[in-house]
Design a protein around this ligand. Structure first.
Ligand SMILES: [Fe+2]
Length: 210
């Protein structure tokens, strides 16, 4: 048995919603050992993600939410590897805007446990940035993957369609800031942080409203 590691790939592309389009860099996280792995957010570049897998068997493509920048390469990666695409069903309306002819393969229900190379990862439904946004908690690895729900410096954006600020605050307060303070927060864009570094700022975020 080999040690489980977390690989990080940054891919570049665009995010489009509500008629606007923005250039973005996305974090793609790969959790696994030398034999098997899962991908968290197949963003923009299936070739780059496939290369980073380095021949390992891909067992799941987890989507933290269905904004197009996080899912645009998911069907191509699934086609190439045979891995199923997993999404919380509350984000299907967003998914269909990008992939109207290809549904996800499995549902990410709250509390579902995924196991990769013997390590459990638990789905936390953390809506607000989008209705079906999830985080993936891996206590044995000391980390949580938060997608666009929690970043270094505050909550994900809630100014566009399908988003809600009070809902994301509830998700962060009840599901994420309750994790151990040393938990490393691996985000959908930009730098990682820790629960302990972010928790003291919750009241500031609520006061400023974003
Ligand atoms: Fe997003």
């Amino acid at each position: 048995m080999t040690a489980v590691r977390i690989d990080h790939v940054v891919t570049s592309g665009t995010f489009s919603l509500d008629g606007g389009t923005w250039d973005v860099d996305n974090n793609v996280w790969i959790v696994g050992d030398d034999d098997q792995a899962i991908v968290i957010d197949a963003a923009h570049d299936a070739d780059a993600i496939f290369r980073a897998l380095d021949g390992r068997r891909l067992t799941a493509i987890v989507c933290t939410h269905a904004h197009d920048d996080h899912i645009d390469a998911a069907p191509a990666l699934a086609e190439r590897t045979g891995a199923p695409v997993l999404l919380h069903p509350d984000d299907l309306p967003l998914w269909r805007q990008t992939h109207p002819d290809r549904a996800p393969d499995e549902e990410l229900a709250d509390g579902r446990e995924l196991v990769v190379a013997g390590v459990p990862l638990t789905v936390l439904h953390t809506p607000g940035h989008s209705p079906g946004a999830i985080s993936l908690s891996a206590p044995e690895l000391g980390t949580v993957f938060t997608g666009d729900t929690l970043f270094a410096g505050g909550p994900g954006a809630t100014g566009r369609s399908f988003s809600d600020f009070p809902t994301i605050i509830d998700s962060i307060r009840e599901r994420l800031l309750t994790l151990p303070p040393e938990t490393v927060v691996r985000t959908g864009h930009g730098d990682s942080t820790t629960i302990g570094d972010e928790a003291p700022h919750l009241d500031e975020w609520i006061a400023r409203g974003h």
